[in-house]
Design a protein around this ligand. Structure first.
Ligand code: NAD
Length: 256
């Protein structure tokens, strides 16, 4: 194995990817599996999770599914316990699952704010709590990568008050997680994607996507595997001393 490939070798590692049934999460799972990781897809959509697992297995990778609804604490606790019992403590947790739905600021409802916060911010908190407890108990360290959004820092399209706030909360969760977990050898980093064409992005409810986000990113649209490559870096031996960092992958959208 060359120095370059050893730096990104995840053979023997177990990765847990939330929302890996579709879109960016499926892309992340594919990149991690190609680097040698075994992958558990945690999704509330069992058939989507099953499709990702089957595709990975057909390519010769080790992949498994677990059902979870991130909005329900008991479901998160149960799913994490099942994963640990069946496959051992994950080396890597990727908090990827999220809801995209939009409402105009002046029409924002408490119900939608709570629904989005429960999945996009509280869900990653609960996953981090459950998996990091096991990582700490294992004594082996670990990696956590949170998938936020460039909309947490740059307004892109209208209607993102709840969504962007949830991603801002996730950024803050990343920073505090990095701080509290570093003494256990656990790194925590954040990827902030720009627009990626996924089932969630296409199917999101809300007003027409007016705003600068309608402009084409100078480098073209990102694909799910572009986000996966950033996750792979943070998960890899190459990044063993990298924590508390944010990496935007937006094809230059922030320049437009
Ligand atoms: N697509 C984009 O343009 C874009 C841009 C920036 C950030 N992101 C972020 O990337 C992440 C993935 O987005 P995507 O575009 O692939 O979305 P997607 O909707 O295509 O896929 C999300 C997956 O998460 C799962 N999921 C949703 N709610 C869940 C819950 N309560 N419990 C468990 N699983 C749940 C869905 O079943 C689905 O498989 C999200 O956090 C999103 O906010 C996406």
């Amino acid at each position: 194995m060359t120095g370059a490939s050893a730096a990104f070798d995840l053979r023997g590692k177990l990765a847990l990817v939330t929302g890996g049934g579709n879109g960016i999460g499926a892309g992340i799972a594919g990149v991690l599996a190609q680097a040698g990781a075994s992958v558990v897809i945690a999704d509330r959509d069992a058939s989507a999770a099953g499709r990702t697992v089957e595709a990975l297995q057909q390519q010769g990778h080790r992949a498994y599914a677990v059902a979870v609804d991130l909005a329900v604490e008991a479901s998160v606790v149960k799913a994490c316990a099942e994963v640990i019992a069946a496959h051992g403590t994950p080396w890597l947790l990727v908090n990827n699952a999220g809801l995209h739905d939009r409402e105009l600021l002046l029409e924002t409802t408490v119900g939608e704010w709570d629904r989005i916060m429960a999945v996009n911010a509280r869900g990653p908190l609960l996953m981090t709590r459950e998996i990091a407890r096991a990582m700490v108990a294992s004594g082996a360290g670990g990696r956590i990568v949170n998938i936020a959004s460039n909309s947490a820092r740059t307004p892109s399209v209208v209607g993102l008050a709840s969504y962007a706030s949830s991603k801002g909360a996730l950024v803050a969760l990343s920073l505090t997680s990095a701080f509290e977990l570093v003494e256990h050898g656990i790194t925590v980093n954040t990827v902030l994607p720009g627009g990626v064409v996924t089932p969630g992005a296409i199917g999101a409810r809300g007003p027409a996507t007016a705003g600068p986000g309608r402009r084409k990113p100078p480098l073209g649209m990102c694909e799910p595997q572009d986000i996966g490559a950033a996750v792979l870096f943070f998960a890899s031996p190459a990044a063993r001393h990298v924590t508390n960092q944010m990496l935007t992958v937006d094809a230059g959208a922030s320049l437009t």
